[in-house]
Design a protein around this ligand. Structure first.
Ligand code: SIN
Ligand code: MN
Length: 257
């Protein structure tokens, strides 16, 4: 699947691109069916919410389940990323951020490169985060908020937050957030189940807690150029994969075979 010129210009300008109806309801149902047993596993790759113990993020999914392995090779994810970054990309991180009904806690203001640079030694902010909504994402169930165009201001100063949530993250100061919101404004990424979303490594984002009765599972695949691979191998495999083989696209029907 190829992005058109307008889509490429919009991701360049805004730092993100929403792709409605990227996956069918049948494909999303297959992904959700595969998730339930994964969430039930006792695994350190299932990171749990601080307060409730609900799964916050289930990581390393392509190593734990064949359908998620195929999803990481799906042409509707891999080909747009290759169009933007070139062909030699490896699978950096694979997860579902669950944001459980009533219990899903916030993700603090951050940009992904800060953590992958500080903790994994990724040299440059080139990676792309490719999302699929596995349920309808609305104003109520904790959608991602982006600061439009913030990726164009580059890497901002960060500090390591090990306190606010169960997932340690390099986060951005409030004054930087306020400044960049003043420049670009905020937008929330909502859409029906099956919606796709692509965003840049230095785009500032966060998400509020989910106080609604609806779960908000979102699949996330981060692809990074092999030439920009991590230089520190300190974190566990499920947080940054060490197989730097370039990812190749399967056929478009690979999920339902
Ligand atoms: C993230 O930024 O990695 C997670 C945000 C979310 O799932 O709400
Ligand atoms: Mn993030």
């Amino acid at each position: 699947m190829k992005l058109d010129a307008e889509q490429l210009a919009s991701i360049q300008r805004d730092g993100f691109l929403v792709l409605p109806d990227l996956f069918s309801s049948e494909e999303v149902a297959a992904m959700n069916a595969a998730l339930a047993p994964l969430f039930a596993e006792t695994s350190e790759a299932n990171v749990r919410e601080k307060k409730s113990g609900e799964v916050r993020t289930a990581m390393g999914l392509h190593l734990r389940n064949a359908l998620f392995d195929r999803l990481c090779h799906h042409p509707r994810l891999v080909e747009p990323a290759q169009q933007i970054l070139g062909h030699e990309l490896y699978i950096q991180q694979v997860k579902v951020n669950v944001k459980a009904a009533f219990e899903g806690e916030a993700w603090q203001w951050h940009y992904d490169f800060a953590t992958h640079h500080a903790d994994d030694g990724v040299p440059q902010p080139l990676a792309l985060n490719l999302h699929i909504f596995l349920a309808d994402v609305t104003e109520f169930n904790g959608p991602l908020w982006f600061i439009k165009g913030s990726h164009r201001h580059g890497a901002q100063p960060t500090f390591h937050d090990t306190v606010s949530t169960s997932y340690p993250l390099w986060v951005v100061d409030r004054d930087v957030v306020a400044d960049l919101v003043g420049k670009g404004g905020m937008v929330s990424a909502t859409g029906k189940a099956g919606t796709g979303l692509i965003f840049h490594d230095t785009l500032l984002h966060c998400s509020p807690p989910n106080l609604s009765p609806h779960d908000r599972p979102i699949f996330s695949l981060i692809l990074n150029p092999v030439s920009n691979r991590q230089t520190k191998l300190a974190r566990p495999e499920y947080k940054h994969h060490t197989d730097f083989t370039p990812v190749t696209a399967l056929t478009d029907d690979c999920l339902l075979q």
